[in-house]
Structure formats: structure tokens, C-alpha cells
Design a binder for this molecule. Sequence first.
Ligand code: SME
Length: 220
Amino acid sequence: MLHPSGVLSFTRLLPVVYASLRPPATIVQPSRLPLAISPLTRLKNGFSLNGRRMTFQFAKPETVSKAELYANLQSQLRSLLEGERDLIANAANLSALLYHSLPDLNWTGFYFVRGVELVLGPFQGKPACVRIAIGKGVCGTAAAHRQTILVANVHEFPGHIACDSASNSEIVIPIIKHERLLGVLDLDSPMFARFDDEDAEGLNELAQIFIDSIHFESDP
Ligand code: SME
């Protein structure tokens, strides 16, 4: 299912707004854009048990469908976050799981809302810009609109903030709990058009598992 707030997609200079789409609507990637996504990897063997759940192991890659990959990641994420409610810890583990499981990424991580800004949270990849104004860049735009944004070519996104010059495409997912915007989950790729509707759907489902896992004192 897509994030309840819908999905925005920016390809070339023309933004295509998916705000009106609701599950089970599909996000349509322009057919002109080659998906060009490498064979996906199958992940098996979640945790290695040494008396305690300590080690996360990745199995040898096998070619699987993207749907199967995200289904595997869902069960791994549930295991990974089980019994832990801390925002930072769970964000760090989700970021690491994505970075080491999804092909063709150069950055995955979180930005969290701090006043009128987003501030860098747990991430994997090269050091990144620390503060992004809400409404600026891809992350700030996703936060302002509370919508997932797919960017097939970041160089054509007005106001894109280049933290890593290797990035060519990007997807940003808003993190919303009890209607409160907590931040965004950002994934960058060196490939153009790396992310499509299946990624948006799969990542929103993973984000929801993360959102459900965390707990604040003020939560009902
Ligand atoms: N490209 C993002 C900035 C964050 S980095 O990609 C890690 C943006 O335009 O908001």
C-alpha cells in the first residue's frame, strides 16, 4: 500500500503529482524512462543466535522479484525492531538494513523535524548536509507536502540539495505518526530512475513498520 498521504513524482522538469492516488493505486513511472534496475538480491537468515539476538547476516544474493525483496525486508525489519521502541535506534537499523539490502544505493538515512528545519539523523553513506529547511530540496519538499517524492533525475529537480555528487536519483518518504510529521526517510542512487512505484510502495510499507515500532511518552 502506498503512504496514505500519496506520492509525488518529479521526472525531468515536469512534476507529476500523485497526491490524489490512494491505495491500491499504482504510481506510474513514465515508460520512456528505463528502469535499469540491477538484479535484486534475496536476503535470508535474519539473525544469528548466540544465546542472544546479536548478529545480522546477509545471505548470498539471488535474483528475485522486487515484490519478493520487499516482502523479505518486511519480515527482517519486524525481527530487527522487535521489542525496541527507540526512535534513533530503530531509524539506525532501518537505514542500515536498506543500505545493505537494496542494490544501487549510495545513501540512505533519516532527517528529523527540529522546529522549522529537518536535521540529519541516522544514515549510511557519505557525510551529508545537516540542516534542510522544510520546503527546500527533495527532503524539505516531501516534508512540506507530507508526500513521497520520486525523482528520476535529481539534476532536474528545482532546488535539489546535492550532498553526494554521486547521486542521480532519489526517493523521499515522509515519516508521520499520529498525524505528526517526525521527519523523512531519504534514499539516493547513482543510477538515473532507480526508484519506481514498487519501491515507493515497498519503502512506505517498511516506513510504516518503523513508525509503528517507535513510541513516545506522549503517545496515546
Ligand atoms: N538531496 C537531498 C538532500 C539530502 S542528501 O541527498 C543526503 C535533498 O535535496 O533534499
